[in-house]
Design a protein. Structure first.
Length: 283
């Protein structure tokens, strides 16, 4: 890891124009429209009264897999997506042009052999009005890059889940081809499509994108808490625990308390936790 290069890294603004078709394709990648006669889910995949899923902000204005640039000095093959945060300030338009403006907020050195954690944020700005529509934040665990002489800085405190039975349980069954649909929204990493690539890094078969699982969390909260009203979901935070294989069921356990929601997600077929310390904020 070249810490000097990273501290001075200059991200160019990314102009991203998207259409109603892109908005519907993103929603299909999350399984919206599973029951084509369900008017609530149809609102995310049909142009008559179309709404954008709030979680779509995480794919807008994305700078690409810049960590693969050799100038970073990062061992990109050992990079993991740790956490994801989102604040939505204004409902996303179903089509338009936005600017993605990315910055590195901090890099925490966990020590030699313990890796480093990088925190980034990206503002999603409406190109016409210059309004900030949403702010996307994430942590990246760079497993091979600790011990560069930096500080071991604390990250955001994860949401605490209540010690009681959940108020709601929501099961979402993914399609075996779910990752092949989701990748059409812009993440073409072959790990999610090519069985040989997946096996080369230790998976039985291609895995679902982490941000697709994240989007499933938004879908579960919209369905369970928000009566499918996209304008009510104003924030969504998660910690990634394990990958989902396309075709598996993702079970969301949800705790509701006024305008704040807590959740976690597991795959019952393998009895494994895939999302933890989830928090959703409501208007």
């Amino acid at each position: 890891m070249d810490i000097d290069a990273l501290n001075n890294w200059n991200f160019e603004d990314i102009e991203h124009t998207y259409t109603e078709r892109d908005t519907m394709l993103y929603a299909l990648g999350l399984g919206f429209g599973e029951d084509p006669s369900d008017q609530n889910e149809l609102a995310y995949v049909y142009e008559d009264g179309l709404m954008a899923a709030p979680s779509m902000a995480v794919i807008l204005g994305y700078p690409g897999f810049w960590l693969k640039d050799p100038k970073t000095g990062i061992d990109w093959k050992k990079v993991l997506h740790g956490e994801q945060w989102l604040d939505v300030f204004k409902p996303l338009p179903v089509e338009g042009t936005v600017i993605g403006r990315t910055t590195i907020d901090q890099i925490s050195d966990k020590g030699e052999g313990k890796g480093a954690v990088m925190y980034l944020s990206r503002d999603i700005i409406d190109a016409a009005s210059n309004e900030v529509l949403a702010r996307v934040k994430m942590s990246t665990f760079c497993r091979g890059d600790g011990g560069f002489g930096g500080e071991n800085l604390p990250g955001p405190t994860p949401a605490v889940l209540p010690e009681r039975a959940p108020d709601h349980v929501c099961d979402i069954t993914t399609l075996p081809r779910q990752a092949l649909i989701y990748r059409l929204s812009g993440d073409y990493n072959p790990l999610h499509a090519d069985p040989e690539v997946a096996r080369s890094v230790g998976f039985d078969r291609p895995i679902l994108h982490g941000l697709a699982t994240y989007g499933l969390a938004a879908r579960a909260v919209l369905k369970t808490i928000c009566d499918y009203d996209a304008s009510r979901l104003t924030g969504l935070d998660v910690r990634f625990s394990a990958p989902v294989y396309p075709g598996e069921t993702v079970r969301f356990e949800i705790w509701q308390d006024d305008k704040e929601v807590r959740f976690r997600a597991s795959v019952p077929e393998r009895d494994v936790l895939v999302l933890n310390n989830g928090a959703a904020r409501l208007s």
